[in-house]
Design a protein around this ligand. Structure first.
Ligand code: ZN
Length: 225
């Protein structure tokens, strides 16, 4: 029996990045934090992997027509190759549990949700913040107990939310493992975790998040989203 990547989940995601976002990603125009969210979605999503590879190939073909242009080792194709490569270059100890967290996110936050430092925000809501790239984007894991809602909020910029465990419903749609939700400041939403295991999401937001519900306005005084 060969050792393979135990993740991602078998069911393909239903919520994907729009093509312009995928193009930003494939062309390298996207910042590291957003790119991490998109790349982790790709780990779950064969359809977007194929689409991004096509876009990357188109970009590469364009570059080939430019004299003196060179594609660096960190090209999108190289990232894809790493995603598709077996994780067996460093064999895991025999007793190691399979990772909770897929690549490439695992490189930033480790293999298991229990290994990160959770900070309790509200009853049933915890958060772990990470440094990824420049500080204009806030990257965190949000862990929400079933039935609990994240306070109503809006954002100044684009918010990327990728489900890593469990599922949530924001009133507009149902999001399961691998689904990427992209919202902007025009949406005032209140995601609620569905029954089952804690809903854990990767959230990439603008540093200035605005909580808008009554509890949220009170929380704004304490939480530096
Ligand atoms: Zn997708």
């Amino acid at each position: 029996m060969t050792e393979t990547i135990a993740m991602p989940a078998p069911a393909p995601p239903r919520h994907h990045p729009a093509e312009d976002l995928l193009l930003d990603y494939a062309s390298g125009a996207m910042g590291e934090a957003d790119a991490l969210a998109v790349a982790t979605h790709l780990a779950y999503c064969p359809a977007c992997r194929a689409a991004a590879a096509r876009l990357d190939a188109m970009g590469g073909a364009l570059l080939d027509t430019l004299p003196g242009a060179a594609v660096g080792d960190d090209s999108f194709a190289a990232v894809l190759a790493r995603l598709d490569a077996p994780a067996a270059t460093q064999p895991a100890p025999p007793a190691a549990a399979p990772p909770d967290i897929p690549q490439p996110l695992r490189d930033y936050i480790g293999p298991h949700f229990d290994g990160v430092t959770w900070r309790r925000l509200l009853p049933g809501v915890s958060e772990a913040v990470f440094t990824v790239g420049r500080q204009d984007r806030r990257v965190s894991l949000l862990r929400v107990r079933a039935g609990v809602g994240v306070p109503q909020h809006t954002h100044e910029g684009t918010e990327l939310t990728l489900v890593l465990q469990g599922a949530f419903d924001d009133g507009q749609g149902l999001y399961r493992v691998g689904d990427l939700q992209v919202t902007d400041g025009t949406i005032d939403h209140r995601p609620t975790a569905l029954p089952g295991p804690d809903c854990i999401c990767l959230a990439v937001v603008d540093q200035r998040l605005r909580l808008t519900g009554p509890i949220g306005r009170w929380l704004n005084r304490f939480v530096t989203f």
